[in-house]
Ligand binder design. Structure first.
Ligand SMILES: NC(=O)c1ccc[n+]([C@@H]2O[C@H](COP(=O)([O-])OP(=O)(O)OC[C@H]3O[C@@H](n4cnc5c(N)ncnc54)[C@H](OP(=O)(O)O)[C@@H]3O)[C@@H](O)[C@H]2O)c1
Length: 332
C-alpha cells in the first residue's frame, strides 16, 4: 500500500516544472474525476483543464469552476459541453481540443456507473453504460493519442476496475451483450472492465511512450451506486442504502480519493517524466521501463492479475480490436 502520507508528499512536489500543463477530464462533473480536479487545482500550478460534460451538469459545474478559480487563479478550466455517451459528440469534443492544443499531458476518464437495471441504448444503438465506460473512453484515447505522444508525462487514466478482470464472465462472442438474456449486471460489469483492460493493454504496447493506467478506485461515497437502477426498484433502494452505509464506514474520503488519483496521474513511478517517486515501497514496477498497461488498485499498488489478463489478451485482444475498430471507425 502506498501510504496516504507518501501520496501527499509526492503531490506536494507537483509544480510548474512538472510536465502537466494540459489535462482533459471526462467524468469530472462528479465524483472521483471532480475530486481529482480539485486536488490538481489545489497544487497551485498553471494548468489548463478541459472539463467535458453533458448539458444537465453545466450549471453546477460552472459554480465548481468558479470555486476552483478562487483556489488557484492560474488554473484555467474550460467547460466543454458534450454528451459523452454519444460517439459523434465525443468526436466533436476531441476535434475541438485537437484544433486548439498541440499537446495533451493527461487524459482522465471516469464517466459511468454500474449497469444494475434494464438495458437502455443510446440513439446510436449502444448500451448506455458500455458507451460511457468503454466505447467513449477508447474513442477519446484514439483521438487524443497524437497529442498525448507530444507530452513528457503522457498519461491516460481510466477509472473503473483495473485488476478485477474475471475470465468466466467475459463473452467474446457477444461483446455488446445483445443476445437475448445476455445483459445482466453480473455479466455487464465484468465485461466492460475486461474490455477496458484488453484494449488498453494493446494501446499501451503499441504506444510505449504513453502510460496507460486502468485504475480500481475502491469504495468512494460519490453517489455512483444510485445511478443505473430502474425507477422504484425496492432491491435498488435496499442495496443503495447498504452500500452507502458500508462506503461511509470503509470508503475513501473525497479528498483522499482525489489525492490518490492525482498521484496516479503524476507520479513518475508509473512512467513518463512525472514527479520522482519518493516513497519506499508499494509500487513494484517503480523505476523500471515496463511496457504495457498498468492495473492500479485503490492502494495505488500495481495488481497485474497476470494470469487472467494474459489469458484474456491472448484469446480476445485481436478479436476485440477488430470489433472496436468496426464500432469506432465511423467516428475516427
Ligand atoms: N465510487 C465508487 O465507489 C466506485 C467503485 C468502483 C468503480 N467505480 C467506477 O468508477 C467510475 C467513476 O466513479 P465515480 O464514483 O466518480 O462516479 P460518479 O461520481 O457517479 O460520476 C460519474 C460521471 O459519469 C457521468 N455520467 C453518468 N451517467 C452519464 C450519462 N448517462 N451520460 C453522460 N455522462 C454520464 C456523470 O456525469 P453527471 O455529473 O452529468 O451526472 C459523472 O461525470 C465509474 O465508472 C464507476 O462505476 C466507482
Amino acid at each position: 500500500m502506498v501510504s496516504y502520507n507518501d501520496v501527499l508528499a509526492s503531490n506536494a512536489l507537483i509544480g510548474d516544472a512538472t510536465p502537466l500543463h494540459v489535462a482533459v477530464f471526462v467524468g469530472g462533473t462528479s465524483g472521483i474525476g471532480k475530486f481529482t480536479i480539485k486536488a490538481l487545482v489545489t497544487t497551485g500550478i498553471s494548468i489548463k483543464i478541459y472539463l467535458i460534460g453533458r448539458k444537465t451538469a453545466e450549471e453546477r459545474t460552472r459554480s465548481f469552476i468558479n470555486e476552483m478559480r478562487s483556489l488557484n487563479p492560474k488554473a484555467v478550466i474550460i467547460w466543454t459541453e458534450a454528451e459523452v455517451s454519444l460517439l459523434a459528440d465525443v468526436k466533436r469534443a476531441c476535434n475541438l481540443i485537437q484544433t486548439t492544443e498541440s499537446r495533451v499531458d493527461l487524459l482522465f476518464l471516469s464517466a459511468g456507473y454500474a449497469p444494475w437495471g434494464t438495458r437502455r441504448e443510446t440513439p446510436e444503438g449502444h448500451e448506455v453504460v458500455q458507451a460511457l465506460e468503454y466505447y467513449s473512453r477508447m474513442l477519446f484515447i484514439l483521438h487524443l493519442l497524437p497529442l498525448l505522444a507530444q507530452s513528457d508525462l503522457a498519461r491516460v487514466v481510466s477509472v473503473l476496475g483495473g485488476g478485477m478482470e474475471i475470465a468466466y464472465f467475459l463473452d467474446m462472442d457477444d461483446w455488446d451483450l445483445k443476445k437475448p438474456g445476455n445483459f445482466k449486471f453480473y455479466r455487464a460489469r465484468p465485461q466492460y472492465i475486461a474490455m477496458n483492460t484488453i484494449t488498453m493493454d494493446k494501446l499501451a504496447k503499441d504506444h510505449p511512450n504513453i502510460t496507460f493506467i486502468h485504475s480500481f478506485p475502491g469504495a468512494v461515497n460519490t453517489g455512483n451506486v444510485r445511478r443505473g437502477w430502474d425507477r422504484g426498484s425496492v432491491m435498488g433502494w435496499a442495496f443503495i442504502h447498504l452500500v452507502e452505509f458500508v462506503n461511509r464506514l470503509i470508503g475513501f474520503s473525497d479528498d483522499e480519493s482525489g489525492q490518490r488519483h492525482l498521484f496516479q496521474s503524476t507520479s513518475a513511478s508509473f512512467g513518463g517524466r512525472g514527479v520522482p517517486w519518493m516513497g519506499n515501497e508499494g509500487i513494484t514496477r517503480a523505476g523500471t521501463s515496463a511496457v504495457g498497461l498498468l492495473l492500479v488498485n485503490n492502494k495505488c499498488e500495481l495488481t497485474p492479475n497476470a494470469k487472467v489478463v494474459s489469458q484474456l489478451c491472448e484469446r480476445g485482444q485481436e478479436k476485440l480490436w477488430d470489433h472496436t475498430q468496426k464500432v469506432l471507425g465511423p467516428y475516427l
